[in-house]
Design a protein around this ligand. Sequence first.
Ligand SMILES: [Zn+2]
Length: 294
Amino acid sequence: MEIGLVTYTPEKVKGYDYHVYYSKWVNGSVFPAAKGMQNDVSCFCDAKAIREKPSIAAISKNGPALRKNRKANLAFDYVCPTNPEYRMKVLEYIKELNDQNILGVTLNLYHFPEEGFCVCPRCVELWRTSGLNWIKWRAETITQFISDAKNVVKGTFAVEMFPDPVLAKERFGIDFDKIAEYVDYFHVPLSARDYTTNYWVDLLARDFLKTLKKPVVLELSAEMPNFEKMDALLKTMAYLSRFNFKAILLLVHNSKNAEEICEFAVKNKEYRDWLDRFEFSNMIKIVEKWATVY
Ligand SMILES: [Zn+2]
């Protein structure tokens, strides 16, 4: 099992095998490619593009896919995934990234915002002419986008997802089996303020591992402000290291944050004894590797 980082700064940190860099954000900011890294692209969530042209937002009977519309419980503002100009813009950006020496691309938020989206006149017309039922049309629309993106990616190709292993197709148009044909691995984010309660991590991790037909990497939030939370994170990582994940990725603010986690684990005798006592061999290897650096 590898250990990696998900980060907002394009800096590699010692002790981590793998770096995922947010190159296009949900607020619409876009950054130059991070060379040698996996570049993560937020596709259809783009608050800036919607501010500039509100008509491109995805729409439902309960209004637009915007955070300020509290009839829809959404964390981000979503562009309609069939908007041809916007789609092209995202694909062009992905193409530009691949002209640089990057490791690969991870797509994020490449799907419909929720059930009931999108009923803009273009989507309704496309659905009608497709002859498919609504759920199937939405899933095929998203799989087509994945396929188009895959065509311009030279390196490792992966997708993130909203962590719902059961209803992803109905809610977002995400057909895991179809998408598995295109991606090298799936990136499952299990974000939280802390992991002091972690049964849900175990539950979703196992469900995804069983459901997804390609390797899986798990992302945990590691922007931990205190030792108690860091300890809970490291123990959760140890439990997960017993399963067959390709990697665990830690979401951090910056490289200092990533180094602090290594240092805390390396110098925490109680934690290392606990790993030994219960034979968490994969996690022991990771901490031993960190101990050569920190
Ligand atoms: Zn639409």
